[in-house]
Design a protein around this ligand. Sequence first.
Ligand code: SAH
Length: 254
Amino acid sequence: MRVDVFTIFPALVDDFTRLSLLGKARKDGALDLRVHDLRDGAGGRHRSVDDAPFGGGPGMVFMPEPIFAAVEGVQEREGLPRPLFLLSPGGRTFNQEIAEELANSTSGFSLLCGRYEGVDQRVCDHLVDGVLSVGDYVLSGGEVAALAVIEAVSRLLPGVMGNDESSGVESFSDGLLEYPQYTRPAEFRGWTVPSILLSGDHQRVDRWRRVESLVRTLRHRPDLVDARGGLTREEVEMLVEEGEVELLAERGYT
Ligand code: SAH
């Protein structure tokens, strides 16, 4: 999958993606990541990409000219995978569903990272295809946001994770948070692993994990339970059998 990134700090994106799973995906060719310097689109000795906002106010804003020039230059020379997304706190909130959509689109996508006070509105209106946010907080630049998107999408690509199944059973894959995980030793500083996990009884282990997933999600992210249409009758019964009556009542299941 090809992913193009536009930034005034190409080294930030490039260095991060040289290591770990992303580095391996780039080497193996599963991820064709191309990082472009927005300053390549800027003229003049200082290769300036920003200017003061019309109407006054603090900070600087990315000018449309260098951004359009950088993006259109790449588009002409090597083609550009679309959609092109601007990273901005004002965008649609990125989530696992969008990550899956992007991972399934064989044509790839591109990301534009802002800095300072953001980018000229004409970039949003006439150059990009969409706007993505990584959450309701303000970063100093779009690079960390772009890396979050790239990492979430890349690990869904076939062959990128060591164990292809492991991306299918984790948080959000069925609208719930993942169950707690444990590894050796079975006892650490007196804290023991739930004994069911050592029992070798797969049916009981599956049931325990299901219950833990439901309890965790109900407790910490009831909005996720609502978003999947609440609990099924079978799930409510299972939680009653496990003694979670109080939690159920708190969440409106009586
Ligand atoms: N003045 C802008 C914030 C600019 S932050 C505003 O109030 O909306 C500078 C850059 O960081 C943005 O252009 C964007 O590319 C990036 N950024 C900051 N927070 C982000 C977030 N939550 N999601 C995605 N990108 C973000």
